[in-house]
Design a protein around this ligand. Sequence first.
Ligand SMILES: Cc1cc2nc3c(=O)[nH]c(=O)nc-3n(C[C@H](O)[C@H](O)[C@H](O)COP(=O)(O)OP(=O)(O)OC[C@H]3O[C@@H](n4cnc5c(N)ncnc54)[C@H](O)[C@@H]3O)c2cc1C
Ligand SMILES: *[C@@H]1O[C@H](CO)[C@@H](O)[C@H](O)[C@H]1NC(C)=O
Ligand SMILES: *[C@@H]1O[C@H](CO)[C@@H](O)[C@H](O)[C@H]1NC(C)=O
Length: 395
Amino acid sequence: MKQSLILTILVTLTSFQRASAIPFQVRADLDSCLNSAGLTSIYPSSSGYASAAQAYNLRFQYSPAALVYPTSENAVAAAVKCAGSLNVPVSARSGGHSYAAYGLGGQDGALVVDLSKLKAITINSDQTATIQTGNRLGDVALTLYNNGGRAMPHGTSPEVGVGGHLGCGGFGLDSRMWGLFLDQALSARVVLSNGTIVAASPSENSDLFWAIRGAAPSFGIVTEYKFKTYPAPSSNIIFSYSYWSTPQATASSIFSAFQTFAQTSAPPTLGIQAILASAGAPGQLYVSLTGVFYGTKSDFNNAINPLLTKIPKPQGTSVVTYGWLDSLVQLGGQSLNTSTTPDGTDTFFAKSLMVPQEAPMTSAAIQSFFNYLGNQGTSSDTVSLTTLYSMHCEP
Ligand SMILES: Cc1cc2nc3c(=O)[nH]c(=O)nc-3n(C[C@H](O)[C@H](O)[C@H](O)COP(=O)(O)OP(=O)(O)OC[C@H]3O[C@@H](n4cnc5c(N)ncnc54)[C@H](O)[C@@H]3O)c2cc1C
Ligand SMILES: *[C@@H]1O[C@H](CO)[C@@H](O)[C@H](O)[C@H]1NC(C)=O
Ligand SMILES: *[C@@H]1O[C@H](CO)[C@@H](O)[C@H](O)[C@H]1NC(C)=O
């Protein structure tokens, strides 16, 4: 896997609304087709519709034609066939955490196939795991660890769904060591747009297997994946080196050192990100270099030293060793069991820019970027400016 430096910029914006747009007769026919297939559905007239159709990002409000909650692969196929026969667009929803509400179809009038009732996780005798796509990352991590001390690489939010996370990437702080979430897939079962169910792997429908690892929403609904797993590391060191308020020029030099370190000496067992924000005064920025080291304290000291010798003394330092599950709770900021935690929401605009490994940000580009952050950035209503050594995946 190639390492890229990705800048994710989050900004709050006000929400907007759209009107509903599906003809009455189509809705009635869809209703009757789903009913005869024995599917439980929620319609705009149902009492639970508003909460079922709520996006994670509250900027987006869409009106699906209906939402269905299939309990089997065959039921997913039946729902897809009903929608197909009526030309109603279909959208799978796994964890519902798309930045732009693509799980709701990204438009009005879709049939949302909610996978939340497909939650089986089987750990096989060869230490692979078969995981249905209605699962969330936190529950996957808990189940893998509690059944043999296993783990997988993935993003930090426990609430993100397996379906959307795998469908377009999935980057965690452990991805420099183990790869993306999608790199772990060994095979999949997929419902195609005509309702046919197929297996996909390197030896069966290999073109489809290639396509779903990066663009799943365009090719079908994946109902389950078989995954590689890893022994969970026993020592997970979460560190942060922070500058609560530092002039933009100093912030810029810290960032340059971070980029050089990431490119030259950071070992794969180190996941690190730079978080940048306004420090509340013009020209002053908050900078934090933070992440996880998978290994012993003395190996960590050797690994981080080339960075620490190139940056000014941090205003705050924290280095704490955790067990595997506790490290995931720290990173995710909440319990891993999503069935006991209500889903969060947010209101934000996000944009991702990628810098290829072979062409990193030039020092002129870094200076110009920090000049912008220190001027327009500290005087705008932007809440946080985040620079991650990671990837936020959106189809
Ligand atoms: C709070 C938060 C933290 C995040 N942190 C990270 C991170 O650390 N690293 C990272 O890489 N990303 C991160 N993301 C981005 C996240 O990985 C993507 O938004 C992901 O697509 C969400 O998956 P989902 O299943 O929850 O979303 P959904 O909205 O359910 O789905 C997203 C897209 O995938 C499609 N889809 C869902 N399930 C399937 C399926 N079974 N088959 C085919 N298509 C499907 C949907 O139709 C939709 O187009 C984060 C997002 C949020 C909101
Ligand atoms: C989450 O908690 C519930 C209630 O205690 C429990 O039934 C379920 O098994 C837990 N999930 C996981 C993945 O451990
Ligand atoms: C559905 O599409 C697949 C892929 O194009 C094809 O192989 C299959 O025969 C189709 N099934 C039906 C029932 O048309």
